[in-house]
Design a protein around this ligand. Structure first.
Ligand SMILES: *Cc1c(COP(=O)(O)O)cnc(C)c1O
Length: 335
């Protein structure tokens, strides 16, 4: 099967498994596991911040960020289609007593500052206290414009808000825009990064920020069940990924571009401009079921993202030859 549903489906490479097998470990809750400590230090340096925290998933690292920035009855402003609003089970509300204030995202993935400002609540006891602005990069495969975060920071500062960046795929943004991650994230007070997406680690996420923020976050991580023991075994995969799998994201982006270009020759269906490793194709709703089954019968898994759109995601386990095979499968679909 060629699996284009997500970049989470990658398998650890033999070299990554080897790094895991050889990892030096300890009890991370008692003393700090030496490999986890190395991973956290590597991340803090790479992002130009004081400290980092290794968590089992980005759902958890995003939740730790919400719980650390905000208290019960506080509010965070977030995109309507952002992962930590839409796809994380309402964790901030269920576990933190937080009120999300979602905002429709613009076509380029940004939140309009006028809308954001108009939804920041005044200091009046009728309202929840707005505490945090939460952004995402990449968002639905799109890279936030370079000038966006400094402006977001100015707005957040003017209203006393913290700024969180869900950077699950920040390395895709970095490679696509040829900028270091620390340049893309310097204004954020906290950043979460997924190791188990395009970077190809089997599990793991990092939360990065100031030493004080991470100290507080570590308490929440323990409470949420994210205190792990000989987690150097999985941290080793994350370190290996950060050292070996970042530059190669360019291949995923090239593959996504050639996939989109090829599909344009086959269909006149709308295809969103590709920026990183995701291709979104609008499919006539009455064709959707047939298309998805046709793909499956021909060894191709695609993500049915809505009744009228499929998502195709390139990753570590997809080669340029696979893209040719994929195009063949679409070519043989009877539109
Ligand atoms: C996948 C994803 C997450 C959550 O990551 P998990 O490790 O699967 O919990 C958070 N934010 C974004 C933008 C994501 O794409």
């Amino acid at each position: 099967m060629i699996d284009l549903r997500s970049d989470t489906v990658t398998r650890p490479t033999p070299a990554m498994r080897n790094a895991m097998a050889e990892a030096e470990v300890g009890d991370d809750v008692f003393d700090g596991d030496p490999t986890v400590v190395r991973l956290e230090q590597h991340a803090a340096e790479r992002f130009g911040k004081e400290a980092a925290l290794f968590a089992p998933s980005s759902t958890q690292s995003n939740l730790i960020a919400l719980l650390t920035h905000c208290g019960r009855g506080d509010e965070y402003i977030v995109g309507q289609e952002a992962h930590n609003y839409l796809f994380e089970g309402g964790g901030g509300a269920a576990l933190g007593g937080l009120q999300p204030q979602p905002i429709h995202q613009e076509d380029d993935g940004t939140l309009d500052f006028g809308k954001v400002a108009s939804l920041i609540k005044p200091d009046d006891f009728h309202f929840a206290r707005t505490r945090l602005l939460s952004l995402e990069n990449t968002t639905w495969g799109k890279v936030l414009p370079a000038s966006y975060l400094p402006k977001a920071k100015a707005l957040a500062d003017a209203h006393g808000l913290s700024l969180h960046l869900d950077g699950a795929r920040i390395f895709n943004a970095s490679v696509a825009s040829d900028a270091e991650v620390k340049t893309l994230t310097s204004e954020a007070d906290s950043i979460s990064v997924c190791l188990s997406k395009g970077l190809g680690a089997p599990v793991g996420s990092l939360l990065i920020g100031s030493a004080d923020f991470i100290r507080e976050g570590k308490r929440w991580r323990k409470m949420l069940g994210g205190g792990m023991r000989q987690s150097g075994i999985i941290a080793a995969a994350g370190l290996y990924a950060l050292e070996n799998h970042v530059e190669r994201l360019a291949e995923d982006h090239e593959n996504a571009h050639s996939l989109a270009d090829g599909l344009k020759q086959i269909f006149d269906w709308e295809i969103e401009p590709v920026q990183t490793n995701m291709v979104f194709v609008s499919v006539p709703p009455q064709k959707m079921q047939d298309l998805v089954s046709h793909c499956k019968q021909n060894g191709l898994l695609v993500g049915g993202y809505s009744p009228e759109k499929i998502r195709l995601v390139t990753h570590l386990d997809i080669s340029a030859e696979d893209i040719e095979t994929v195009l063949g499968v679409f070519q043989s679909f009877d539109t």
